[in-house]
Design a binder for this molecule. Structure first.
Ligand code: F6R
Length: 612
């Protein structure tokens, strides 16, 4: 969703800001803007509705904004429609202070009304404008900028990551954070703030994650971070392992295709550091193996695709551990009064580590005394920091809005967690454990094999891209896979699609099947492949056209009924969805390509959903 970049540097800020905003584009936005302050205190702002190219174009038509200290923002409209006026940065009525803000100020109406009563006039419909107007108001009264900043932070309620410029202090930038991510980057040519590490990679890999209620004051040569009482803090710096090339397309037409193709390597990066002499080693959990042994119930909580990983996890963990496991949508979980206690384990799954609903579910679980283990991709993200245990997927930056490599690596990590726990609990036989560990090690090679059939998926997509409704059916792990396949298709190609447990179809949905309806039938889960065949016959006998996903072992069963079969290597049934998802990702990708969709940035979607 909204993105922030800021620089206190030694060179002109605008190009740094625009470059940073470009790297944040993938998060989804509907307007963009920049503000810079020149050494003589001239605060200049430009902001426009629409893509970054509109802002660039507008900037090229005017006198260049000059200054080496600046803030930039991509806005995803929440309060007030997408418009030039509602775009950030916002400036106070005296033109002294500019602010960019991510998050939502919950008590903005009350503050706005009280400021209006004091004669302050507002120009936008945003909650953010109250921050800057209030800041100028307090600054006017207190004559000390930092006092004014703290007064504002004490008054506002809600979530914020913000960057602040003031024309009276042209050499500095101020940043503050609560419940929305913000990092500080230490470069050789200046210091930076960003809501997302990808915006910093071109300048530095040395960062500090700001914690809630911290305030930073930054100049080109110095970064000072203060706590909520104004005491100076000593903060640790971290080195980001991601390389800038990982956040670039590298010759691929889309980030999504690049990230699909990166899956063998990404999966290997997830697996290899956690395997030693054929044994799964989860150092992150080692000290608490006793707690793991006492778990009586597991909740897998997440949103969207990460929730689909949770559904895979439910089947896998119950099978391996014989402990009841439930996959829950984070947005429902938090309000469902879940029965949680000290012996429950809540597993939160999130690529970004910033999804608000997942974060809220995590806090609810902790409030009720449960331990939270998170499976996260972005290092240092909020969910990672607030969890009792974190397992990082190490998939590298994922830029395309539709998740692919994060999904597969989350699934692999859950499998590893299940196997590790099964070992701790003595619930898995040596032979089965060995088979699964061996299977895990071979996954990258098998994924490469599936990726070798690009032309097959491409051809199928050109045959089916005109369909306007597609059904996905499967049983057990194939059902979980269908949920993801269907979501991939609808989010990037805008084709209506539904996913059903295959046995459920005849309880209502089968009435939608008519001659020519496309049904993607997943028959890769070998234990139930024969049952799937009956469900396939149910739909073909009503005229449906079936595109099946089968393994080398189940192919023979479904061949005669399917118009097309994507055949994938057969692996242990619990590992099969890791391979099964790949043809579904590519099918969706090529369908969207045929339909001329904006694949990396589908309409109405954001990469990291930080609103409820
Ligand atoms: C779909 C997709 C979303 C995310 C969901 C959760 O392709 O990417 O459904 O899976 O918004 O996001 P994270 O994993 O960042 O919590």
């Amino acid at each position: 969703m909204c993105g922030i970049i800021g620089v206190a540097g030694n060179t002109e800020a605008v190009s740094v800001l625009l470059d940073g905003l470009e790297r944040l584009e993938y998060r989804g936005y509907d307007s963009a803007g920049v503000a810079v302050v020149s050494p003589d205190g001239n605060l200049q702002v430009k902001k426009c509705k629409g893509r970054l190219s509109v802002l660039r174009e507008a900037l090229s038509r005017q006198e260049p904004l000059s200054g080496t200290i600046g803030i930039g923002h991509t806005r995803w409209a929440t309060h007030g429609e997408p418009s030039d006026v509602n775009a950030h940065p916002h400036v106070g009525q005296n033109g002294k202070i500019a602010v960019v803000h991510n998050g939502i100020i919950e008590n903005y109406l009350e503050i706005k009304q009280s400021l209006i009563r004091k004669g302050i006039s507002f120009v936008s419909d945003t909650d953010t404008e109250v921050i800057v107007q209030l800041l100028e108001y307090y600054y006017g009264k207190k004559s000390d900028l930092m006092d004014a900043v703290y007064a504002v932070l004490n008054r506002i309620k809600g979530a914020y990551a913000m960057g602040i410029l003031c024309s009276d202090f042209p050499g500095q930038m101020i940043a503050a954070k609560k419940d929305a991510p913000l990092l500080i980057g230490y470069g050789t040519d200046g210091n930076y703030i960003a809501s997302d590490v990808t915006a910093l990679l071109a300048h530095t890999k040395t960062v500090t994650y700001m914690e809630d209620d911290e305030v930073a004051v930054m100049t080109p040569d110095q970064v000072q971070i203060f706590d909520r009482d104004g005491c100076l803090l000593e903060k640790e710096k971290q080195l980001i392992a991601w390389d800038i090339s990982a956040a670039e397309k590298g010759g691929y037409a889309h980030f999504m295709l690049k990230e699909i193709m990166e899956q063998p390597e990404a999966v290997w990066k997830t697996i290899s550091p956690r395997l030693a002499n054929g044994e799964i080693v989860l150092e992150e959990l080692a000290e608490d193996a006793d707690f793991m042994r006492g778990i009586s119930r597991i909740y897998l909580v997440a949103c969207g695709s990460a929730y689909h990983v949770g559904v895979v996890g439910k089947y896998v963990l119950e099978k391996l551990l014989h402990i009841p496991a439930e996959a829950c949508l984070a947005s429902e979980f938090r309000y469902s009064e879940p029965v949680l206690g000290e012996s429950s384990l809540v597993i939160v799954i999130s690529q970004s580590g910033e999804t608000l609903d997942s974060m809220a579910a995590l806090r609810e679980a902790k409030r009720k005394g449960s331990r939270v283990l998170s499976i996260v991709n972005v290092m240092g993200s909020s969910i990672a920091r607030e969890s009792d245990y974190v397992l990082y997927t190490w998939a590298g930056p994922e830029i395309a809005v539709a998740t692919t490599k994060a999904y597969t690596t989350q699934m692999v990590l859950l499998l590893m967690l299940g196997l590790w726990m099964a070992r701790q609990l003595n619930r898995i036989q040596e032979g089965e454990y060995r088979k699964l560990v061996g299977g895990l090690e071979q996954l990258p090679e098998k994924i490469k094999k599936v990726l070798g059939n690009l032309d097959l998926y491409q051809k199928a997509a050109s045959r089916y891209f005109n369909h306007n409704s597609v059904f996905y059916i499967g049983r057990n792990l194939d059902y979980a896979l269908g949920l993801e396949g269907s979501l991939k298709l609808k989010e990037i190609s805008y084709i209506h699609s539904e996913s059903y447990a295959a046995g459920e179809l005849k309880h209502g949905t089968i009435s939608l099947i008519e001659p020519g309806t496309l049904v993607v039938a997943l028959a890769s889960y070998e234990p139930l492949a024969e049952k799937m065949l009956s469900n396939i016959v149910e739909v073909t006998s009503r005229g449906a056209e079936v595109l099946a996903v089968a393994t080398e072992k189940t192919e023979g069963l479904v061949n005669s009924q399917a118009a097309e079969v994507f055949v994938i290597p057969a692996v242990h049934p619990l590992l099969q969805p890791v391979l099964g998802v790949i043809p579904l990702q590519l099918f969706a990708y090529y369908i969207a390509l045929n339909r001329g969709c904006d694949i990396d940035k589908p309409r109405n979607l954001a990469k990291s959903v930080t609103v409820e």
